[in-house]
Design a protein around this ligand. Structure first.
Ligand SMILES: [Zn+2]
Ligand SMILES: [Zn+2]
Length: 147
């Protein structure tokens, strides 16, 4: 003989149903939270990986110019003769005037003029003209071929 009446049975059942439903909702919320956490950490991971990839990327060429190329830049002794009233140019690196007879180098692309020592030091750490930022050499390929 059963100890529970059909009514009690039904009551228990609905109770169980309610408990089951709230459990499902709780699980669903948990799952959603976990899912969201996984997605955001995955995105974060992806983003970080992309950043890392960017920084690693293809190996950066050395900051400065190939010494062979620096040495190959046209060098001459500056002379003010035949320039009439045009003032002597200033070296944009040391900010002093280029004097008669000083060794200077002319950048072949932008034709800016600097003291030989100034531009050589500059080009050990840079590949562009300190005045106009133009490339000192025609193309990186040419630079590589000369290495
Ligand atoms: Zn200088
Ligand atoms: Zn320049």
């Amino acid at each position: 003989m059963s100890t529970t009446s059909p009514v009690a049975d039904q009551h228990v059942k609905s109770c169980c149903d309610f408990a089951a439903t709230s459990q499902i909702i709780a699980i669903a919320i948990c799952a959603f939270v976990i899912f969201y956490a996984i997605i955001s950490s995955f995105r974060c991971f992806l983003g970080r990986r992309m950043e890392t990839d960017n920084t690693l990327g293809p190996p950066e060429p050395p900051a400065g110019l190939n010494p062979t190329l620096i040495a190959a830049l046209p060098m001459y002794r500056y002379t003010h003769q035949g320039k009439g009233d045009v003032p002597a140019p200033d070296c944009a690196i040391c900010l002093s005037e280029v004097n008669e007879g000083e060794e200077v180098k002319l950048l072949p692309i932008c034709m800016h003029l600097f003291h030989k020592d100034c531009i050589e030091l500059w080009l050990e750490k840079n590949r562009t003209c300190p005045v106009c930022r133009a490339g000192v050499i025609q193309s990186p390929r040419q630079d590589l071929e000369m290495q």
